[in-house]
Design a protein around this ligand. Structure first.
Ligand code: TRP
Length: 334
């Protein structure tokens, strides 16, 4: 690898991705991979913290791998791999567990939210999730971690654990910085723009999935909730229109000023179709490309295998150092 800073990020293969997930994550990854030695992971071990149907998890993992590739992750430049293929993740998580306190984990916002959502299965993994995430990051001497705003606390813990360990054992881990991309500006529900867009919304019209085809996308935008007057501007009093403008600008790379000018004097009907069109122009080709890649499992397996080999080499460098520092006897292969 060239002498660039290391970037690590991961997405859980937990099903449909919305355009919010796309804008907040993969869209930025594609650009960042030119400037960083980038490592992208399918966080399948994290996904297990909520009970999964095994066949569905397998399918979702391939889907996500294909989506990364369709969105322009280039495996000549970046490493793409499944977390479970590199056992160092689980191993480092164990060591880091011995440096982390239950109180730090039980007060995490996401843990509290998920505990409420999955009352019947508040398992240790759900609570330990941020430690595994810290292991993901710290194994690669990562300097930059692109994350959504909801992962800020988790990144903070990764930094704390790195510092805590380094204070005892010397400079073992690089202390990572988070990066919250500007288009991670929250994409809101199309049905209720005061709520975040979520794939688990019971109302299918509330979100755009990366799997929606062009007609579906335009139909959903036509139904999107707007506001009472007829002005197309960004304003806190106009959450519906502001959300549509945010989406439009993120997909067209235009500024709010440009978009407001473009739609000055136009009606909501035309505006909503234009937003739908702009989104479909990006999402439709990605979906088609993803399905093409998905049809070739042997290719996907080879990509993931190559990624795992590269990731493993880097990960074990850090893990061996950690094992040695804490006093584990190295295995002597005779
Ligand atoms: N927890 C992250 C999410 O759900 C996914 C993730 C797992 C991750 N490991 C990571 C993100 C390491 C950044 C770095 O969004």
């Amino acid at each position: 690898m060239e002498d660039k800073k290391i970037l690590f990020s991961a997405i859980q293969p937990s099903g449909i991705l919305t355009i919010g997930n796309y804008l907040g994550a993969i869209k930025n990854f594609k650009k960042l991979q030119d400037d960083y030695n980038s490592i992208f992971s399918l966080a399948d071990l994290h996904t297990l913290t909520v009970r999964q149907d095994p066949a569905v998890l397998r399918k979702n993992t391939y889907e996500l791998a294909a989506l990364y590739l369709a969105c322009g992750i280039d495996v000549e430049k970046s490493i793409l791999f499944a977390q479970s293929h590199v056992s160092a993740h689980a191993e480092l998580a164990w060591i880091l567990n011995t440096f982390c306190y239950p109180g730090e984990l039980s007060r995490m916002t996401q843990f509290k939210d998920k505990s409420r959502k999955h009352e019947d299965n508040i398992n240790m993994g759900l609570m330990d999730y941020p430690v595994l995430m810290a292991a993901d990051i710290l194994l690669y001497q990562t300097e930059l971690v692109p994350i959504g705003a909801d992962q800020k606390q988790h990144l903070e813990l990764a930094r704390d654990l790195a510092i805590r360990f380094n204070n005892i054992y010397g400079d073992v881990f690089k202390v990572p910085e988070g990066y919250i991309g500007k288009s991670a500006a929250r994409v809101m529900s199309l049905a209720d723009p005061t709520k975040k867009m979520s794939k688990s919304d019971a109302n299918l019209n509330a979100f755009i999935s990366m799997d929606d085809d062009k007609d579906t996308i335009i139909r959903k935008f036509k139904r999107a909730v707007t506001d009472s007057d007829n002005k197309i501007i960004v304003s806190p009093e106009k959450p519906g229109i502001s959300n549509l403008l945010t989406i439009y600008c993120a997909f067209t790379e235009k500024s709010f000023e440009q978009a407001e000018q473009e739609f000055d004097g136009k009606g909501y009907g035309d505006f909503k179709i234009a937003v739908g069109q702009a989104v479909a122009d990006v999402v439709d080709p990605i979906r088609e490309e993803k399905n093409k890649i998905l049809a070739d499992k042997a290719y996907l397996d080879s990509v993931l295998n190559m990624g795992a080999e590269m990731a493993e080499r880097l990960a074990y460098r850090t893990l061996s150092k950690v094992y040695k520092k804490v006093g584990l006897v190295p295995r002597k292969r005779v």
